[in-house]
Structures are given as structure tokens and as C-alpha cells.
Ligand binder design. Structure first.
Ligand SMILES: [Zn+2]
Length: 224
């Protein structure tokens, strides 16, 4: 009997990782297997809304979700975000920590694939999200476990292209969460909200988000 395919998918509750989850769902329909998603709870104000979104997304694709609390670690390292969020402070070595943790998790559950929803805009902003960096990290991980692969199917796409893919796969964007603030609704003004709005506009997808604030004038900045 062949082993069941297992994908460790890093989920944040945002549209990018939700699109990734839909891609995994589509692929697993052909090959069989399961998504074992992990959400890294970092102690930030948006944790609760992100977990709600991550739960909804992973439930929709029939996967499992494990919430791993890394808030004490994040606090001790200066409280930056371990993964990219527009305008929010990013923890240096954050992606290295995240992918190493995902690798250890994959080993524990017997998975050989780690999927992460990084895209081209992320790679343009930070070296830890580039193809070259991921490939080098892959090499390091393979010294420990030769069978493990890091899969970044969205890394050649712009954020708006990711939204187009999500739309074509029937992703319900109302289930996703982007805002870095801990309110009940998207604020509409933080970097993550503006980036979300911009991607909806550029991709010509219907934006179902109820933002508290109207778009700022000359709202063109994505990463600052
Ligand atoms: Zn916001």
C-alpha cells in the first residue's frame, strides 16, 4: 500500500494562503492525500480574526488545521511578524524560522511537502522570499531530510494574479482576513488592507470585504 500524500500548508487566513489551499485541494483531488495546515499564533492583535479565517478556509477544503503558539518566541525576538505583512515590522530570519519549523512538523507527521503562499511582490520586498533563498534553504533542509520539498507555486505571480487564480478556483474571499489590526472589520487603511484592495481592483475580482474606511486618496502604495 502506498503512503498517503500529506501536504504541510502554511496558512495565515489571508487570500494568498487561501488560494494556495484551493490549489492544494484541486491537486489532491487527482492524487489523493490530505492537507495538514499549520497556523502560527504570534500574539499579534489580528490572531483571532486570522485563526477564524484559517479555520473556515481549511474546513472548506477538508483539511486539518493545527495552531502552533509561537507568541513567547516572537515576543522574545522583538515582536515582528514572522511572515510578511505590508507595512508591519518583519522579523529578520522570520521565513527561515517558519520553514524550519514547518520542516520539523512535516517530519513529525510523515509529510514530504511544505507549501507556502509567497508571491512575486513578497520576493521583491524581502530576500527571504526570493526563489534563490528558498532554494538554498531547501538545500540545507535536505541535508537533514532528503525527501522534503518546499513548494511555492505562486512565487512567479503578482498578488493580483494570485487573486485571479483564487477567483478561478472558486475561493470565497469573504472568508479571508488581511488586516493587521485586531478589529472586527477590515480597517481599510493599513498596508495589508490597501494591498488587498489594490489586488482586488487590479484583478477585477469582486471585493466582498466590508472596510471601515473608504480608500485613501491616491491609494497606490502597496509596500512602504
Ligand atoms: Zn487594515
Amino acid at each position: 500500500m502506498s503512503e498517503e500524500r500529506k501536504i504541510v500548508l502554511l496558512v495565515s487566513g489571508g487570500p494568498d494562503s487561501a488560494t494556495l489551499a484551493k490549489i492544494a485541494e484541486k491537486e489532491l483531488r487527482k492524487t489523493g492525500g490530505a492537507v495538514n495546515a499549520i497556523y502560527l499564533k504570534s500574539g499579534h492583535p489580528s490572531d483571532e480574526k486570522e485563526i477564524e479565517a484559517a479555520n473556515a478556509i481549511i474546513k472548506e477544503i477538508g483539511g486539518k488545521l493545527e495552531i502552533i503558539d509561537i507568541s513567547d518566541m516572537v515576543q522574545a525576538l522583538g515582536n515582528g511578524r514572522v511572515l510578511i505583512h505590508s507595512e508591519a515590522a518583519i522579523l529578520p530570519h522570520g521565513n527561515t524560522l517558519v520553514l524550519s519549523l514547518a520542516a520539523a512538523y512535516a517530519r513529525r507527521i510523515g509529510a514530504k511537502e511544505i507549501w507556502i503562499g509567497l508571491h512575486k511582490d513578497d520576493a521583491d520586498e524581502n530576500i527571504e522570499y526570493t526563489k534563490d533563498f528558498i532554494s538554498k534553504l531547501q538545500g540545507i533542509l535536505n541535508i537533514i531530510s532528503s525527501e522534503l520539498t518546499i513548494n511555492t507555486p505562486l512565487l512567479d505571480k503578482r498578488k493580483e494574479e494570485v487573486f485571479e487564480i483564487g477567483g478561478s478556483l472558486g475561493l470565497d474571499y469573504s472568508k479571508t482576513w488581511s488586516c493587521i489590526r485586531g478589529n472586527k472589520q477590515h480597517c481599510g487603511n493599513c498596508g495589508a488592507c490597501r494591498s488587498r484592495r489594490r489586488a482586488f481592483n487590479l484583478s477585477k475580482q469582486n471585493d466582498p470585504t466590508n472596510y471601515v474606511n473608504e480608500p485613501l486618496a491616491l491609494d497606490t502604495a502597496v509596500h512602504e
